[in-house]
Design a protein around this ligand. Structure first.
Ligand code: ZN
Length: 293
């Protein structure tokens, strides 16, 4: 028998600070408790009227290599690691206030947010969390065919994610594959520490475009031809662990728990969003899907 779990929120506000990877801004983020069935939303307290943007698929903007949401001109960039922290800790209702157009980067992992949330504490609410049980095969494939993500049924009541990362024999990032069965304990112990990674050549291009001016080699993993520059891996497969962390953050845009097996090959944020849309479309008529209002 499958017992639905209760929704959860924070016991009290959790605050953290950091630097924006894109803008270089000094940012303060506050995770606030929120009523049941309200879901996750971000609030730009630096803008007139302090607009609120729900963190659901409908508000996702097309972006390269990150997840951003926007509503009526108010944008929040790089929400994925905050989303992963909330989903990873099974926090369903929260308003994330921030005073900048992006989340702070922290050390490139989810630890900045996870530590703040755990310190504030988590409380159960009385409503149950909607659940989508994947009952049929769904897929999302990159237009070039070089990356894909599949979702299908799993014989047990859980979310499993398999991620395979292979950038070819010339890449300094070695091929790695990992399957995880999601739980908050697994997230905290095995995924939250895993940092964003990027190739040195991409850093050069981003800096030329005016981004990442305050980002150093200590703030994420930068791979040169001979491996990580000025930093050390926290696990041999830290990169694939980070990719799974990103999946957990992106899947949370569905606003429900998922049971199924997701199998990703070189997937990124856009494909993660695409598989969420595909799964939702394929299950809309089955009555198993209810989105948080
Ligand atoms: Zn990421």
């Amino acid at each position: 028998m499958l017992t639905p779990r209760l929704q959860r929120t924070l016991a009290k506000p959790a605050e953290c600070r950091g630097i924006g990877f894109l803008t270089g801004a000094d940012i303060t983020v506050t995770f606030l408790p929120a009523p049941e069935n309200s879901g996750i939303a971000f609030q730009r307290v630096d803008l007139p009227g302090q607009p609120i943007i729900p963190a659901t698929l409908e508000y996702v903007q097309p972006r390269e290599r990150r997840t951003a949401i926007a509503s009526e001109g108010a944008v929040v960039e790089l929400i994925e690691h905050a989303m992963a922290s909330l989903a990873g800790l099974q926090i369903d209702n929260c308003v994330v206030q921030l005073n900048a157009p992006e989340l702070p980067g922290g050390d490139g992992s989810a630890l900045l947010f996870v530590h703040a949330i755990l310190e504030a504490g988590i409380v159960e609410q009385s409503a149950t969390k909607p659940l989508l049980v994947v009952s049929r095969e769904c897929q999302a494939v990159d237009s070039t065919g070089s990356s894909q993500i599949l979702a299908g049924p799993i014989p047990r009541h859980l979310l499993a994610i398999t991620f395979e990362l292979d950038y070819g024999p010339r890449s300094p990032i070695r091929p790695q594959v990992l399957t995880v069965e999601f739980s908050p304990e697994l997230f905290v112990a095995g995924l939250a520490f895993a940092r964003t990674f990027i190739l040195e050549e991409d850093v050069t291009a981003l800096r030329a475009a005016g981004y990442g001016t305050r980002v150093t080699e200590q703030d994420l993993l930068i791979f040169g031809p001979d491996g990580v520059i000025g930093n050390e891996l926290r696990a041999r497969d830290e990169c694939v662990r980070h990719k799974i962390l990103d999946c957990i953050g992106d899947f949370a845009l569905l606003g429900c728990d998922l049971h199924g097996h997701f199998r990703a090959y070189r997937s990124g944020h856009s494909l993660n969003h695409a598989i969420c849309r595909a799964v939702r479309e394929a299950h809309e008529e089955e009555g198993t899907f209810r989105q948080v209002a």
